[in-house]
Design a protein around this ligand. Structure first.
Ligand SMILES: [Fe+2]
Length: 276
């Protein structure tokens, strides 16, 4: 476990769905994903001078290449802040593990799925299923989650827990998203609902800004650093909203303040695309 002591409130950012390619010219639906990430990082550097931790919630690479993961870690190094990543459906989870353990640019916390900052415990879950778009938390991952949360329950130094994963545990808000989220989200909420210190679940995958309450847990989703998905549509449709990231302040009393920041970019994507 990574243990950090810092300011109150704790200042985090979430970066998600970067969909990077190993090749700098790689585009996703005609948007260059390295360029859009670079612009998001510049905005982040200008806006967040006192940053404590970065949550990177999956779909780091679109092509699952080592070069894409190395590029991401090198880019994050510019922020000089510890980071943990989880895999998404486009990622190669095994490769991410080997890159994070071998890379000279990887911070020691990158592969650490349990991070305590002041009186907040952050648990990172792998919801990816090899070769599938939907997510699942398997037995090992549930065992890990229950272990983390039951230890935290009796640990007087932990007052609040925040969970991070890639897939949406609550059904998506477009018809085409119906089957791509976390399978058996009810089981997920029944499990975490047993632990009163769990305050919030943070995820990506649906490339949208969301912030709502579900079964007493705050659910937060963040725009991708590249393309965005339109809500309330029947078929896959891109949204005109800009790439961005989310800042979060975690207070020692359990309060969370958060905001999405978007770049003022002229980077465009193919708005007529019917899938990705
Ligand atoms: Fe994604």
């Amino acid at each position: 476990m990574t243990l950090l002591t810092t300011q109150d409130p704790i200042r985090l950012v979430q970066i998600t769905d970067t969909h990077l390619y190993g090749n700098a010219s790689g585009t996703l639906l005609k948007m260059n994903t390295q360029q859009s990430l670079e612009q998001v990082v510049k905005l982040l550097q200008a806006n967040q001078p006192q940053l404590d931790f970065i949550l990177a919630t999956g779909d780091i690479a679109q092509d699952g290449s080592k070069d894409a993961y190395e590029y991401f870690l090198e880019k994050m190094q510019e922020l000089d802040t510890p980071l943990t990543w989880v895999p998404g459906n486009h990622d190669n989870a095994q490769l991410m593990d080997s890159v994070s353990s071998e890379s000279s640019v990887a911070d020691t916390s990158v592969a650490d799925k349990k991070v305590q900052i002041n009186n907040w415990l952050i648990v990172f879950l792998n919801s990816s299923v090899a070769g599938q778009v939907h997510g699942r938390i398997d037995k090992n991952e549930y065992d890990f989650l229950n272990e983390c949360l039951s230890v935290a329950d009796s640990d007087a130094s932990v007052d609040h827990c925040l969970l991070c994963l890639h897939h949406n545990p609550v059904k998506g808000n477009a018809d085409w998203m119906r089957d791509i989220g976390l399978q058996d989200g009810d089981r997920f909420f029944e499990t975490v609902g047993q632990y009163p210190k769990v305050k919030c679940v943070v995820y990506g995958h649906v490339h949208q800004e969301l912030d709502f309450d579900h079964r007493g847990i705050r659910c937060i989703c963040t725009p991708s650093t590249c393309i965005q998905f339109k809500p309330d549509v029947a078929h896959f449709t891109l949204d005109e909203t800009k790439p961005g990231y989310r800042s979060m302040e975690l207070f020692s009393n359990g309060e969370i303040k958060t905001e999405v920041h978007r770049i003022a970019s002229d980077l465009s994507a193919d708005m007529d695309s019917t899938g990705y």
